[in-house]
Design a protein around this ligand. Sequence first.
Ligand SMILES: [Zn+2]
Length: 370
Amino acid sequence: MCTTVTRRLCAFTLVLDIQFENNSGLAAGAFTALVNGWESATEDMWSGPLGHQHFGCCTVSFDMITRTGSGRPGSHQIDVVSGPQTSFVNALGPDCTGGRWDALDTGNVAAHESGHLLGLPDEYDYNGPGGTYQNLNPQPAGQAQSIMAQTWGNVAALPSHVQTTMGGLEADCPWWCCFHWPIHWLGDAARISISIPLLVKADLPVPEEVSLVKTQPSEYSPLEALELARDGKPSSLMDAVRTLTEAGAEAHDAILVALEDKQPVVRWVGLAAGDSLGDEEVLEIGMRDDDLRLRVAAASGLARRQRRDSIAVLLEGLTSNQISFGHPPQLLADQADQALVSLAGESVAATSDSPEAKAARWRRWAQTTD
Ligand SMILES: [Zn+2]
């Protein structure tokens, strides 16, 4: 088990053990800083503003153990590549699994993917009108939205997430936690620490995402992968991208077919697969797409190859409040900003600007580098 829970009296700790393999091109020190940033952002998200969540009369806090390297039994195995790419985990936790994140992933993206490692499915799809993003677990206006539905703006781990995670386990909050006895009266005998494997009960319905992701991408042909993409579900998109990427050169024709498709979601899959293959032809086609989201996705791939002709498209995306395709979805403006950082280097980037101020700063930078 790579996701476990321990209890001391009435306080649970959810422990997520992850080993990150550095294939991002970052130097060791920068990689450690990146992983430490993900750890603190994820712990803050899942422990909540109070530092703990509630489970019956018990508290639940969250501890992410991060390691670097690969192959350690007892740790989820995450391959970290240079970004932007489609980040994913191979299966929902708590069982040990793997996945691929990218070095541009924000703390919110790490917290979202960690939610999957706790066993939680996505709460969004691309089945809105015209294949658009829709939040499947919307919270009232003015309140934090679910971290499993989006990674921008005001987001949080919801009480239902804690119930689902703990309730799918053999974890029980002892009855006596609901009594206001001074807990030390219970004596040392009660002061025990137990480790409970997070077993998904056999009689729970298996989330759709699990049944889809456990199929090996290599079992599909490239054209079947495109059929999967038309489904529009995030897990289908991930499988389609992975299939086309793993098929390598064979997938090239299928990717070009995808770029002719009427659905933006399918075209996005073609672009994402082409980007993973390093196929500049695909990205150049994408830069001329009608859909701004696809132009920015293509320009992001070209920016990573230090292609300066992507700058104009990325500047266009900076003030858009559209939601870009991907897993998890993010704001288009954030995607463009991250791509510009990859082109210009961290030194030009600032973290706390408003979207408008960021856009103005990048326009100034673009003029001075002409
Ligand atoms: Zn997700």
